[in-house]
Design a protein around this ligand. Structure first.
Ligand code: SF4
Length: 464
């Protein structure tokens, strides 16, 4: 058993987790369906979105240079990071140069990907999360379990208990509004006193050097406006050529993520505070992070760089809905995570499992607003894992035997007939005793066949 299957077993046994995931993913699924039905020609819009992203990925060098030139002209300092360590080093150095004791951080999956929370803790810099869900998981000392709702795995009852245990002046009434007030009392002064603000970016606009962030709580703005210095960390795939392209993608992002027409807060900004501005940071830095993205581009995973991190693929994934995000054991869970994680961490005995945690039902591709062929990319990892000999011996022997059998149709038909005959006699009573099949039979029923004839034989006879 791998660490992955252990985590999956633990998740399947956790009834609270199932309730929490279903509440949020079920609501998101229903709201997205309503929003998409009300959108005229969603399919054409997502094809255009895919074309915008493909164009940028193909001309990445050009748009990166254009963005750097325009962001610099607006007064920002642009830094380049090859990998997670270099990105963290740049951010920590900037914080230390600013003499920062605390940072107000706005939720960013890139920040999680590069391990920024850990790097800040190691540098002795206090981290104040401005996103409510990030605050919840920081209190619980847990990683995010979803890219849009990091605390999706927690029920409101669990959050209430956590706030009562950790907040100095917790809520009295058992309502969500009272719990939000409890968090506000705990966080507000710390947020406003932070020396440095750190946020991610939803889009980087090449022809203006602007950064765009979308949130539902205004938390990105809390990390942008009050602190003296603002640092943006962003993956290089976040580029778009110009504002109309960003707006087109924004319309799809909000609908796919939460079913809303637009998020509550959508902010575009460039450079630090100017003389005429009422507020804003004195200095602004943008850290552009590769961390495997150029490798993905040149190794057959360019389509994955279209991803706008809406989370729709995980909300609609039958596996994610059963096990939640932590079972994947990586920053990015669900179908998109199963493709990205081996690209960032390398394909190995642990990450190979992710591509197998998929039924290939195609729902993720159907709902993806940038039309990423996730099932095809997952199959690509499976094939690579097979070629590199990472599949377990039992799977290699089983599939090897099956392929030899399938190569001889006459023998195959006889074997299927014999198998049917046997199953009809021994039924499921014996199946659980087959040692190498327990991974399959432990959680699944295997009803006895209805007749000795195979599907092909019954189909040929016209049985429907
Ligand atoms: S792969 Fe598609 S559906 Fe999944 S998060 Fe990315 S953009 Fe959204």
């Amino acid at each position: 058993m791998s660490a992955f299957t252990d985590r999956v077993d633990a998740a399947l046994a956790d009834r609270q987790l199932k309730i929490a995931v279903e509440r949020t993913a079920g609501t998101a699924e229903a709201k997205r369906a309503t929003a998409v039905a009300a959108f005229s020609d969603f399919d054409a819009a997502r094809k255009r979105a895919a074309a915008i992203k493909d164009h940028v990925i193909e001309h990445l060098g050009h748009y990166l240079v254009e963005f750097e030139r325009n962001a610099t002209a607006a007064g920002a300092v642009v830094h380049w990071a090859r990998d997670a360590d270099e990105a963290c080093r740049i951010v920590i150095n900037l914080c230390q140069q600013a003499g920062a004791k605390s940072v107000a951080r706005s939720k960013s999956m890139l920040g999680e990907e590069i391990g920024l929370p850990h790097a800040l803790a190691e540098a002795g810099i206090e981290r104040v999360e401005t996103d409510l869900a990030e605050h919840i998981i920081q209190l619980a000392d847990e990683p995010p379990s979803h890219i849009v709702w990091p605390a999706m795995h927690k029920t409101r009852e669990q959050v209430s208990a956590l706030f009562r245990a950790r907040h100095a002046d917790p809520h009295v009434e058992e309502t969500i509004a009272a719990m939000a007030e409890s968090a506000r009392r705990h966080l507000r002064d710390k947020m406003l006193a932070a020396d440095v603000g750190i946020s991610g970016a939803n889009f980087l606009i090449a022809d203006s050097g602007q950064v765009c962030t979308v949130t539902n709580e205004g938390n990105a703005e809390l990390s942008l406006v009050p602190p003296r210095m603002h640092i943006v960390t962003a993956g290089i795939e976040k580029l778009v050529p110009s504002m109309p392209h960003a707006v087109h993608l924004l319309r799809l992002l909000a609908r796919s993520a939460t079913g809303a027409d637009l998020t509550q807060y959508t902010t575009f900004y460039a450079g630090p505070k100017r003389a005429a501005d009422a507020d804003g940071p004195d200095a602004m830095h943008i850290v552009l992070v590769d961390n495997g993205r150029t490798r993905m581009r040149s190794h057959g995973l360019a389509e994955m760089l279209r991803c706008i991190r809406c989370g729709a693929c995980m909300n609609h994934c039958v596996v994610f809905r059963q096990v939640g995000g932590h079972a994947y054991g990586s920053t990015y869970p669900g179908p998109m995570g199963a493709v990205i994680t081996p690209a960032i961490d390398g394909l190995n005995a642990e990450t190979r499992d992710l591509a197998h945690a998929c039924t290939l039902n195609g729902k993720c591709r159907e709902v993806c607003p940038v039309d990423i062929p996730l099932p095809t990319l997952l199959r690509g990892w499976r094939e690579k894992s097979w070629r590199e000999g990472l599949e377990p011996v039992s799977a290699r022997m089983g599939i090897g035997a099956w392929s030899r059998l399938a190569g001889h149709p006459w023998v195959y038909r006889r074997a299927v007939g014999l198998g049917n005959w046997l199953l009809r006699r021994i039924g499921k009573r014996w199946l659980h005793a087959i040692p190498f099949a327990s991974g399959w039979t432990r959680h699944r029923d295997f009803p006895a066949p209805q007749s000795n004839a195979s599907f092909v034989e019954r189909y040929a006879r016209g049985e429907r």
